[in-house]
Design a protein around this ligand. Sequence first.
Ligand code: SF4
Ligand code: SF4
Length: 323
Amino acid sequence: MTDPRKVYSAGTIKKICLDAGADDIGLVDLDREALRHEREPILFVYPRTRAIISLAIANNRENIQSPARYVANAEYHHTGDRTSAVSREILRRLNRLGIRGVVVNRSWPMAMERYPGKIFDVSHKIMAVEAGLGHMGLNRLVLHPKMGSCIQLESILVDGVMDEYDRPLEDSPCIHCNLCAVVCPTGAITRGEPFDFMACMTHTYRDNSAGFHDLVEACVTAKNMEEFGSRFDERETGLMWQSLMFGMSYRCSYCMAVCPAGEEVRPGYLENRKEHIEGIVKPLRDRPERVYVAAGSRAEEKARRNGKKEVRIVKATSRTLSR
Ligand code: SF4
Ligand code: SF4
């Protein structure tokens, strides 16, 4: 058990995290005012929590930017697995110092027994912002000042007290270029409007639980294969099969791909905006694909304005799927 009077050096903890493979990390004390709404669920996961280690690991950006979305999805899975492996290694090394804790996974599995209520306990985005790893941009992703939007986040709840904690950055790395709104097929990102979680989830998470429920419903209620095929054709059944077999496929995440925030991307973008738009934004904006929207929604209106997209009307998805 960790000595409750012992105070650990933040510098030592950070070095352990970076040596174990994190690209960046920040330390957050549980008692700060900004976490008042997060405290209870965090303590539910690990009642001995005194601090949170938030870590960021970079995705291979060009994978995320490819119009071949299976390449982007493989990147999410592999870098996601690496993120979790690094977190677990960090915790093992901290154990040797006497610190105990819990790694909170960045994605599924989550508490699906609470669905459609809130199925997660720890918001990795809030932890990352509080840890000074970045700020949320117009695309609602945490933008790291160096690595930009192409990162994965995870949180480790620990029972140790540190001698120093991090604070949110003063400035946001978002450069207000509006490219995320331009490329968003559902209008979930619209400048001057609140982020439309429902629109994003309904489309991007189509091969996730909402689409799966629809698949089950179609299996049970369709009178014959013809009717089933009108609700789930072979392509859609194939995508669902792939998602179930090999890890969830995201239909979109274009807002991460096009974002030029961060020192590693911004200078190149500012120097040659045309190349960025022609090479990264347009292939995604103009990618022929189905876009899944709720009937009569703003998302339907936006999707229908893009002649390259085929609109499919489905039930709206719960926003509680997203951390
Ligand atoms: S993931 Fe796609 S639908 Fe969702 S906000 Fe980003 S660009 Fe829009
Ligand atoms: S694409 Fe532009 S506006 Fe959108 S989050 Fe990134 S920097 Fe901000």
